[in-house]
Design a binder for this molecule. Structure first.
Ligand code: FMN
Length: 349
């Protein structure tokens, strides 16, 4: 492993400034989230929430908010979910037209409704279908194309290497492996040795994913899994600066977390961007969830969360944030109980 494993990365014809990537996060990684991650963390690549290929094919206006991006963001990977090759091909063409820098197929989502549609982690039980989907997407976009998989459908069947080889044969340029099988919860540790087996099975770059939230975790994954880059998911919630932290910690540079007063400003900015994307009520609802993450490392976070649950307007939010963050001790980015995200049902299923 090089002394500093965080380095530029080429994925297909896409040159990334570095190999730390923001994970797709349904319910969160719309443009406000990505814009803040870009502004404060500069990941090599941003990612949308998962977008339904079927809904795109049906031309549903409700999908606009998942497609929306702003010129101020960095390169964005659009993630598609579905089980019909024709719809996936169509969706790949749509997101290409809408300014994606890369396109990804979700092959890891364990949510029941997604699996019931034959999609997400269900595809790991049907590798020929997974391959047809990748092939159809390949025909419809010249952008860098990837799949995001888990280690396998269950603990009895770690077939990620087979899925990876099938995707490579169909023209995928890279892939991401979340180091758990589809039935495993976040309570089980991510298996770095199993990710390495996928790295050794293919010639394309493999991005590792699972449980990384600081420089030490990133170094361990680079070293033990031998991956070309790392995707961070839950660690980005309420911490758009996480990439800067991991980058600095990997290179031995000093890094200071934002002061609580700045976190309060970022939280309000997040709200204001959400209000541009959603109606005011939904923006407040989403910021109630996000507020828990922004506050999670601070003393008194539980009470702040309780109050936030009753917050109904931007003014109330500003008042709460001013009271809570100003004068709080400096955050260290560590989670506290009560603010743990689960892979919840995406709104667009
Ligand atoms: C709230 C939430 C939403 C998620 N949405 C998606 C999604 O839309 N697409 C996807 O491929 N994975 C999704 N995931 C999985 C993450 O991208 C990632 O693989 C997983 O959280 C493990 O990485 P982490 O330990 O860095 O969080 C989601 C996870 C969470 C917690």
């Amino acid at each position: 492993m090089p002394e500093n494993p965080v380095a530029p990365l080429r994925l297909g014809r896409l040159d990334l400034a570095d190999n730390l990537i923001q994970a797709p996060l349904a319910g969160y990684s719309s443009f406000p989230f990505r814009l803040l991650a870009w502004r404060f963390g500069r990941p090599g690549l941003l990612a949308t929430e998962m977008i339904s290929a079927n809904a795109l094919r049906q031309g549903l206006a409700s999908q606009e908010r998942y497609l929306r991006r702003t010129p101020a963001e960095g390169p964005i990977m659009y993630q598609i979910w579905g089980s019909e090759p024709e719809a996936a091909g169509f969706a790949a063409a749509v997101v290409t037209e809408r300014g994606a820098a890369a396109v990804d197929l979700n092959c890891g989502c364990p949510v029941r409704k997604v699996r019931a549609a034959g999609a997400g982690s269900r595809l790991m039980e049907d590798i020929p279908r997974l391959a047809r989907l990748v092939g159809a997407m390949r025909k419809n976009t010249s952008l860098p194309l990837s799949i995001k998989i888990r280690l396998g459908p269950s603990g009895d069947n770690f077939n990620a290497a087979e899925a990876a080889r099938a995707a490579e044969a169909e023209g995928a340029d890279w892939l991401t492996v979340h180091g758990r099988h589809a039935r495993e919860s976040y309570a089980s540790p991510c298996r770095l040795g199993e990710i390495r087996r996928v790295v050794e099975a293919v010639g394309i770059p493999v991005i590792g994913n699972g449980d990384v939230r600081d420089g030490a975790g990133a170094r361990e994954m680079f070293e033990k899994a031998g991956v070309a880059g790392i995707m961070l998911g839950r660690a980005c919630l309420g911490a758009p600066w996480i990439f800067a932290r991991v980058r600095a910690e990997c290179s031995g540079e000093s890094w200071a977390p934002p002061a609580p007063a700045e976190v309060a400003d970022i939280l309000l900015r997040h709200h204001d961007l959400l209000a541009e994307l959603l109606d005011p009520e939904r923006a407040i609802r989403q910021i109630r969830k996000l507020g828990s993450f922004y506050s999670r490392s601070l003393a008194g976070a539980r009470e702040f969360r309780n109050r936030l649950n009753f917050c109904r307007s931007r003014d109330e939010l500003a008042g709460l944030a001013a009271n809570f963050f100003h004068g709080s001790p400096v955050p260290d980015g560590r989670p506290v109980s009560g603010a743990r995200p689960r892979e919840s049902e995406p709104a667009n299923v």
